[in-house]
Design a protein around this ligand. Structure first.
Ligand code: ATP
Ligand code: MG
Length: 208
């Protein structure tokens, strides 16, 4: 008799990726292996509800940088799903649509850093989103671990959400810091893949 097919385990890694850096890549790879995920889909946000910077104007560049960064990992892919849409991107809508293309036995793992998950309550339709995914929230430098745990517990109860807390090596790298460094003429080498660094200089990104 044939063994019952195991559903696919798919990670979703959302972000501005402005630019993508080793903090994102390391986080995704750690979660992929810890949770035995079959693949991780990187989904650059199109227009973010919470961010004021020019994410819409940099859509093409952010997609390209993400594609370059994940090239060497066969388990990573990038989706332009949110970038193609004209409206503000909401994770609940993206995930609702993604679910339609999956089998009922497939499971989704929504990967975030600590700073992002603690705002979950303010995300659009967060309770509905919580029905579709298991959140995997990783530590991030700058967020106190005890406070992080306490906030996650509140969110679990309030939203009836499945949120798993995860420890990963601390990398105090952020896109904001990288943009500032470029603007100030400081080095960004070893903070992100060389292909992405070269792209930033070639296109003259973040100079002003
Ligand atoms: P920005 O400074 O522009 O906000 P960022 O570096 O925070 O950029 P985002 O695109 O906002 O990157 O983050 C996408 C996701 O990756 C978020 O869930 C965030 O918490 C997580 N993340 C980003 N950098 C790290 C890091 N160094 N360690 C752990 N998680 C991270
Ligand atoms: Mg951020």
């Amino acid at each position: 008799m044939e063994a019952a097919a195991r559903g696919k385990r798919i990670g979703i890694m959302g972000g501005s990726f402005n630019p993508i850096h080793y903090g994102h890549l390391m986080l995704a790879e750690q979660i992929r292996t810890q949770y035995a995920l079959d693949k991780i889909i990187f989904i650059p946000v199109g227009i973010a509800a919470h961010k004021a910077n020019n994410l819409k104007e940099t859509r093409t560049e952010r997609f390209r940088m993400t594609a370059l960064a994940i090239e060497s990992n066969p388990f990573f892919e990038v989706s332009d799903y949110e970038l193609k849409r004209e409206a503000v991107s909401y994770s609940v809508e993206t995930v609702r649509d993604l679910r339609k293309s999956l089998d009922a036995s497939d499971s989704l793992y929504f990967i975030t850093g600590a700073d992002a998950i603690i705002l979950l309550d303010s995300w659009y339709h967060s309770k509905e989103l919580s029905q579709y995914v298991t959140f995997v929230a990783a530590t991030r430098p700058g967020v106190d671990t005890e406070e992080f745990e306490a906030k996650i517990q509140v969110l679990r109860e309030k939203l009836d959400a499945k949120i798993e807390m995860c420890f990963i090596p601390a990398l105090a790298i952020s896109s904001t810091d990288i943009r500032t460094r470029v603007q100030e003429g400081k080095s960004i080498k070893y903070l992100l893949p060389e292909s992405v660094e070269a792209y930033i200089y070639e296109k003259g990104l973040y100079r002003v």
